[in-house]
Design a protein around this ligand. Structure first.
Ligand code: ZN
Ligand code: ZN
Length: 317
């Protein structure tokens, strides 16, 4: 069961995305790349040099539904005729509905983001969204945690690793402890816990950072020898990376707590202080990061919290 990485360009700041071809029956790809001409060409070339074509693909598995990972899923499925698309049920990025927009808006309002900024983020999101096709609920099958994706000569264990998004999944080949981790594990950057509605109760916010810490620890129990991330090179020393992430998260939490005043501070205030030059998508990621750290600090009893009108306000103790 050979795992072949294929680097696919994206129009995003993050740079190329890694698609993983599992060259075993049924022929499977994990993630797809965004919906651009450059991406599909790179993917075709990668498949070709491994001796395959798009029409050979039987299974399209998504680590999560961000545009750079899921964008081509529908076109590939159509071209491969009846290939199965699999994604965790808590993932919503590929659904794109009016309802989802309202849920996100609600989260941004609660984080203290001003109306004009919300409108700007909305326009930016519309621009990003064209890089992925929408899926209906009946058009994909669910990935179940702790089950196996079977292949002729082996299997991959599905491990639900929420945090970056609620439905993010990793895939573990236990025989040699190789992990395909999507954006849960990236070599050069600490992945962003993206602000998301809770999949069980969308009026609430998903506790992304707390969940992410659990996911990192859960992956550690597999004692990975090699981790293939969604971007950049593979990670050979997971323990070192794990410790580095934990330190980075603790340092950031300490910084965030210092930015909270006695009179009350919103996530928006914190994001402006922490990332003053942030623009476009980085503005959204900055708010996500601030919310995630405030949430965690509050759940650990390090900050007080109250709802003031529609806004959530944190206060130092
Ligand atoms: Zn992502
Ligand atoms: Zn990504």
């Amino acid at each position: 069961m050979k795992i072949i990485p294929i680097s696919v360009p994206t129009p995003f700041y993050i740079g190329p995305v890694n698609v993983y071809l599992i060259a075993d029956d049924p022929i499977t790809i994990i993630d797809t790349g965004p919906k651009t001409k450059e991406a599909i060409e790179a993917l075709r070339a990668g498949l070709r040099s491994a001796g395959f074509r798009v029409s050979d693909i039987r299974r399209i598995v998504l680590t999560h539904a961000h545009e750079d990972h899921c964008g081509l899923a529908r076109s590939l499925r159509d071209e491969a005729k009846n290939a199965d698309v699999l994604v965790h049920e808590w993932e919503t990025g590929h659904r794109h509905s009016r309802l989802e927009y309202d849920e996100h808006r609600n989260l941004l309002v609660r984080a203290g983001v001003p109306d004009d900024e919300i409108a700007r983020l909305r326009r930016m999101y519309e621009g990003v969204r064209k890089y992925a096709d929408t899926f209906g609920d009946h058009e994909h099958s669910p990935l179940w945690d702790d089950t196996e994706l079977e292949f002729e000569s082996g299997s991959l264990r599905i491990v639900h690793t929420p945090g970056h998004t609620p439905g993010s999944c990793s895939f573990v080949r236990e025989a040699d402890r190789t992990v395909i981790a999507g954006d849960c594990v990236l070599k050069r950057i600490t992945p962003n816990p993206v602000l998301s509605p809770d999949p069980i109760d969308p009026s609430k916010r998903f506790p992304s950072l707390a969940e992410y810490l659990v996911s990192l620890a859960r992956l550690r129990t597999f004692a990975p020898t090699l981790v293939y991330g969604g971007h950049g090179e593979p990670v050979h020393d997971y323990d070192e990376l794990f410790n580095r992430y934990i330190r980075a998260i603790q340092e950031r939490q300490a910084k965030v707590i210092k930015l909270v005043s006695k009179n009350g501070t919103t996530a928006w205030d914190v994001s402006l202080e922490m990332f003053p030059g942030a623009d476009d998508v980085h503005k959204f990621l900055a708010v996500s990061e601030a919310v995630a750290h405030l949430d965690l600090a509050h759940s650990e009893g390090k900050l007080a919290y109250e709802l003031s009108g529609h806004q959530e306000v944190y206060k130092s103790l």
